[in-house]
Design a protein around this ligand. Structure first.
Ligand code: HEM
Length: 452
């Protein structure tokens, strides 16, 4: 491996692409014509493909039917003897479905690179931030740089940093519930995704990073740009530079007006005694802003979707609040929201699948969590399931760094909702997200009983 690590972390931009990197250059998730900074167009035109008819040979996680029906699709694939599905879409993509195959790929950082973790019609181009760093460290990094970048972030997400946020998260949840106004039991319908779930993680990470609270809507747009606009033509996507520009402005503002927050902390970190340049710091901040928002929002929404259909579990949480220790892990297992991706690093055979360099590989951790070889009765939600080593937070070196925060937000959000609304039911159609993060985006719920 060439030693790009040192160059990239010093204040000096690397010489081969220096002309492209000015003070305003944030390489992550911008838009540019094919063949330039960021994108290399894959040979795939979504218009040539219709709806998926066979997920074994034409897998598409962005098909509108996929997220609403994902557990049934995984089950069918497994039962028809297809542990790894394939697709020509996105220039070639593989989708392992079993726990064993997902586990094996997640741990194999030689044959699979994290250079890009969101499947789209563009792969990182020749001038994008190279491996082993990638555009948003550490999630886009490979060894050995990955461990250096991860080490910088770990202290900020340790339990003793996260636990003090609990009272503020409770207050936030209660103010969102208050804002729903007067509730007439049996009549009032609220949208538990729009009025509740989507507002919680965005508020917390925005405050941690020291970004203005009024920008929360913008943060959700950034998430949408990165995660959902995956089939739009690179070079023509309006507003794709907004995220990079916003982060650049925040970095400047935090330099001019230093304060005690995560952004200023990251502006001062060092790797092996060297300051970290703005490309890398900007990428890390972007990762933190994006990684915690629709993931946790989806987990909260799916959990409330479950409770709206299972009053017995709702009642159990009210009667026996300690069951939350187990319920939390079961919500995460059964409704894991996050599928990440890898690029194949070199041609090789994976259990009979002829994988080619630069093919995409999805890592559907949610499918691994429903594998009957790993979990007894995996499609049943067992509120007090004891043995539950789920993969919702990933497997291997990239395991979620924000899991303490995610668990706290999910636990508090469910507890406060259940305490306030003691009986609820589904009140209409659910709209699911599209793509790698799975969760309800519209979730109409009728309130049947309110705490007195
Ligand atoms: C329920 C909510 C969440 C779920 C299910 C989740 C899931 C995941 C998964 C599966 C990975 C592994 C990615 C891979 O293998 O490529 C990951 C990585 C990561 N997550 Fe989370 N996440 C959640 C919330 C958060 C939050 C709140 C934060 C912090 C703001 C966060 C920050 C990160 C970071 C920084 C990484 C990259 C770690 C690395 O590459 O070493 N996540 N997450």
């Amino acid at each position: 491996m060439t030693d790009t690590t040192h160059d990239q972390t010093s204040d000096q931009a690397p010489s081969d692409d220096a002309p492209r990197r000015g003070p305003n250059y944030i390489p992550t998730f911008g838009d540019s014509p094919e063949g330039t900074d960021i994108w290399q167009r894959v040979p795939y035109d979504p218009d040539d493909y219709g709806a998926v008819s066979d997920f074994a040979t034409d897998f598409d996680h962005a098909d509108p039917n996929y997220n609403p029906n994902a557990p049934e699709i995984w089950k069918q694939l497994r039962e028809s003897g297809c542990p790894v599905a394939h697709s020509d879409r996105y220039g070639g993509m593989w989708a392992p479905i079993t726990h064993d195959t997902v586990h094996e790929i997640a741990y194999d950082t030689d044959n699979f690179t994290s250079r890009s973790v969101i499947v789209s019609v563009g792969r990182p181009g020749d001038l994008a931030m190279p491996a082993p760093i990638g555009a948003a460290p550490p999630i886009t990094s490979d060894p050995p740089f990955h461990a250096m970048a991860r080490r910088l972030l770990l202290p900020a997400f340790a339990p003793k940093q996260i636990e003090p946020w609990e009272p503020e998260i409770r207050e936030l949840c209660n103010s969102l519930l208050d804002e729903m106004g007067d509730i007439t039991p049996g009549e009032t319908v609220i949208d538990a995704a729009v009025q509740y779930a989507q507002n919680i993680p965005v508020n917390v990470i925005g405050r941690m990073l020291g970004f203005p609270q009024e920008d929360e809507e913008l943060f959700r747009k950034f998430v949408h740009d990165v995660i959902e606009r995956i089939t739009e033509e690179p070079g023509t996507r309006d507003g794709m530079e907004d995220l990079g520009n916003y982060i650049h402005a925040q970095i400047q503002d935090h330099r001019d007006n230093p304060r005690d927050d995560l952004t200023n902390y990251l502006l001062n970190v060092e790797i092996e005694g060297n300051p970290v340049n703005d490309d890398v710091v900007g990428g890390m901040i972007i990762l933190l802003l994006i990684a915690g928002i629709d993931t946790t929002w989806s987990a909260i929404g799916s959990s409330l979707w479950h409770l709206a259909q299972h009053p017995e579990d709702h009642q159990r949480l009210l009667d026996d609040p300690d069951v939350m220790t187990f319920a939390l892990e079961e919500f995460l297992r059964a409704y894991a929201p996050v599928t990440m991706a890898r690029l194949v690093a070199k041609d090789h055979d994976f259990h009979g699948c002829p994988m080619k360099a630069d093919d995409w590989v999805l890592l559907p951790f949610p499918a691994a969590n429903r594998d009957p070889k790993k979990f007894e009765d995996p499609d049943t939600f067992i509120v007090d399931r004891e043995e539950n080593r789920h993969a919702a937070f990933g497997l291997g070196i990239h395991r979620c760094l924000g899991s303490n925060l995610a668990r706290l937000e999910l636990k508090v959000a469910i507890e406060e909702f259940v305490r306030r609304f003691q009986r609820v039911e589904l009140a209409g159609d659910v709209r699911w997200s599209v793509g790698q993060i799975r969760g309800p985006r519209e979730l109409p719920v009728r309130i049947l009983e309110v705490a007195g």
